[in-house]
Design a protein around this ligand. Structure first.
Ligand code: CTP
Ligand code: MG
Length: 230
C-alpha cells in the first residue's frame, strides 16, 4: 500500500430541512450555545489540523447567511433534494484542477465530533486505505422485519457497527462512486461508503466516538446542549 501526503478537503452536507428535529428552521442553522451546528462542524474539521479546506452545501436560501457566518473558512454551495445530491453538488465544486488527494464527507449534524476521530480517519487514508468509516459497536439488538412488522431474523450484533462521519476517501474513488450513482438513477443511500461499496470498493472501519453522534431529534439536541455546557 502506498501512502499519500496530498491535500485533504472536507465536504459538509448541511442542506437538510431537519424534519425529525422539527425546529422550524433548517437543522444545520440551529444554535448550540450561540454557534450554529454548521459553524461547529466546520470549525471542528479545521481545528483538527488535518483538513486543508472545507466545502459546505446549504439550502439555496441560506447561502448568504452561511457565507457570513463561515467567513473565509469554507466554500459555500447550494445543496440538493437529498443528502447524496448535496454531497454530489459539493464535490462538483472542486472537480478539475484543484482536486485534492483525499476527501472527507462530514454531516453538519455531527457538530460535536472530536478532533481525534477526524485524525484517525485521515491517518488511515494516509496509511493506504482508500475508504475509511468511523464506527461504534451497537448497544441495541437489531431485528430484520418485513413490511407487516414480522421479524425475519436477528443478525449477530457482534458483527454489526453503527457508522458515523467523517467518512474519508481517496478522491478518485469517491468521484467514481458518485459518477456510477448518477448513471444508476435514484437510489436511497444514507452514507457515502455505500456508494463506494456499490462500485466494489473496500471500506475500512476505524474507531468512532460517542461524541460524534448525529443530532437528529430534540433529545439529541438536549444531549448536545448538555455536552457543550459541561
Ligand atoms: N443533508 C443535506 N441535504 C439534504 C438532506 C440532508 O445536505 N437534502 C445533510 C443534513 O443537513 C445533515 C446530513 O445531511 O447535516 C445528515 O442528514 P440528516 O441528519 O438526515 O439531516 P436532515 O435531512 O436535515 O434531517 P431529517 O432527515 O430529520 O429531515
Ligand atoms: Mg435526512
Amino acid at each position: 500500500m502506498v501512502g499519500g501526503t496530498g491535500t485533504v478537503v472536507a465536504v459538509v452536507p448541511a442542506a437538510g430541512s431537519g424534519e425529525r428535529l422539527a425546529a422550524g428552521i433548517p437543522k444545520a442553522f440551529c444554535e448550540l450555545d450561540g454557534r450554529t451546528l454548521v459553524e461547529r462542524a466546520v470549525a471542528g474539521l479545521l481545528e483538527s489540523g488535518v483538513v486543508d479546506h472545507v466545502v459546505v452545501a446549504v439550502p439555496a436560501d441560506r447561502i448568504d447567511q452561511a457565507k457570513l457566518v463561515l467567513a473565509k473558512q469554507a466554500t459555500v454551495v447550494a445543496g440538493g433534494a437529498d443528502r447524496t445530491e448535496s454531497v454530489s453538488l459539493a464535490l462538483s465544486a472542486f472537480s478539475g484542477a484543484g482536486t485534492p488527494e483525499f476527501v472527507l464527507v462530514h454531516d453538519a449534524a455531527r457538530a460535536l465530533t472530536p478532533a481525534g476521530l477526524i485524525v484517525r480517519v485521515v491517518n488511515a487514508l494516509r496509511a493506504g486505505h482508500a475508504a475509511v468509516v468511523p464506527a461504534l459497536p451497537l448497544h441495541d439488538t437489531i431485528k430484520a422485519v418485513d413490511a407487516d412488522g414480522v421479524v425475519l431474523g436477528t443478525p449477530e450484533r457482534a458483527g454489526l457497527r453503527a457508522v458515523q462521519t467523517p467518512q474519508g476517501f481517496a478522491t478518485d474513488l469517491l468521484l467514481r462512486a458518485y459518477r456510477a450513482y448518477q448513471g444508476a438513477g435514484a437510489a436511497d443511500f444514507t452514507d457515502d461508503a455505500s456508494l463506494v461499496e456499490h462500485v466494489g470498493g473496500q471500506v475500512q472501519v476505524v474507531d468512532g466516538d460517542p461524541l460524534a453522534f448525529k443530532i437528529t431529534t430534540q433529545l439529541d439536541l438536549l444531549l448536545a446542549k448538555a455536552v457543550v455546557r459541561r
